[in-house]
Ligand binder design. Structure first.
Ligand code: SF4
Length: 359
């Protein structure tokens, strides 16, 4: 059987929650970076740093959830709402194919009235017309809501979309998996247990996923550790997460910043410290992505020395963090140069982290 490149196959020493909290608060940046980099080298002795050529397609910006950190969504009757037509989606996929892309990250706002049949038509259309494209799509809140509005179980939503061609699901919507934080920043969104349930059900069906974390709003260090514990515990059981992605709250134009004007974008130092701690604590995750989209290309590059082994996506189109003012961009050539610049070997991968090409 083919080895899954996203599964950890060496045993790393386990760090407890108290230990990681102590490291977060007391270790020097240098110590954290060195420790995380050593773990990365153990897990990736081939010295490869990967990236994927993909495109975000946000099929609608209509959303009822009202997360306070979101500058992207629009309510049904607001100006500037859209739902992409199949023709518009096809055009975006064809542009992606023309630059050698392999994956679409398909996410929307949570539309109040679209039911499972609409999503089945959409996924089937893409899968039939573009079988060479991997559909990585629909975050836990979308899946949770499709189940509710269609009056079916989460497992049925997932298995019906899987039959139509859905390959894997993104980790979006996790924010911080601690309900005291979620109650403040996204009170209408699914709670931590429900986010975990969607991913557990997906993993049971063989649908792999990723896990994300958005820090820098109202969470404490303990909330961050709770988040890591929850995903590490699920990974122990299912081995279904392919990667962990950490990104920082982008406050500009968000309701949360209006409510709490003292909130500012987290520093690069904080990002690198938390990234290194993620690499140290998440011993059962093979891949940690650098979030150059929120951090900019040079901190994105530095993240590779703090435990990240993947630069994520070339991100041909990004609308969600761009709506909150973070407009970083990078093409394949720039990514290759940044990776070579730190002495690693750039490699293009697919969604499953199989290597497609080395540079
Ligand atoms: S983050 Fe997603 S679920 Fe929350 S308001 Fe924005 S689009 Fe809706």
């Amino acid at each position: 059987m083919k080895k899954d490149r996203a599964v950890v196959d060496i045993k790393l020493p386990r760090v407890s929650s108290e230990e990681i909290l102590d490291l977060m608060q007391n270790a020097s940046l240098k110590e954290l970076g060195e420790r995380a980099f050593k773990i990365k080298q153990k897990l990736h002795p081939d010295n490869l740093t990967t990236f994927v050529v993909d495109r975000n397609i946000n099929y609608t910006n209509i959303c009822w959830v009202d997360c306070k950190f979101c500058a992207f969504k629009r309510r049904v009757n607001e100006e500037g709402t859209y739902i992409l037509s199949f023709e518009e989606i096809d055009k975006k996929i064809e542009e992606l194919l023309s630059i050698g892309g392999t994956q679409i990250l398909f996410q929307g706002g949570v539309h109040p009235s679209l039911k499972i049949e609409w999503y089945e038509d959409l996924v089937s259309h893409i899968a039939k017309k573009y079988p060479q494209i991997t559909i990585h799509g629909f975050s836990a809140i979308e899946i949770n809501y499709i189940a509710k509005i269609s009056k079916i179980s989460i497992q049925e939503v997932l298995s019906r979309l899987q039959k139509c061609g859905l390959s894997s699901i993104p980790g979006a919507g996790a924010e911080i998996l601690s309900d005291s934080v979620r109650d403040v920043i996204a009170p209408k969104k699914l709670d931590s247990d429900e986010w975990i349930e969607v991913h557990r059900e997906a993993h049971k069906l063989g649908i792999k996923s990723t896990a994300t974390m958005m820090f820098g709003s109202v969470e404490s260090d303990r909330d961050i550790v709770e988040h890591w514990e929850r995903i590490r515990n699920l990974q122990d059981i299912t081995n279904g997460f392919r990667a962990f992605i950490l990104w920082s709250f982008q406050p500009a134009f968000t309701p949360l910043q209006k409510e709490m004007p003292h909130l500012h974008k987290a520093s690069s130092n904080r990002y690198l410290r938390l990234l290194a701690c993620s690499r140290i604590f998440l011993d059962n995750f093979q891949n940690i992505q650098s979030s150059w989209v929120t951090q900019g290309s040079y901190i994105g590059q530095l993240a590779l020395l703090f435990g990240a082994n993947d630069l994520g996506s070339t991100m041909m189109e990004e609308n969600v963090v761009a709506a909150a003012g973070a407009r970083n961009s990078m093409n394949e050539k720039e990514m290759i140069n940044l990776i070579k610049d730190i002495g690693e070997i750039p490699a293009k991968r697919n969604t499953a982290y199989d290597i497609l090409e080395r540079f």
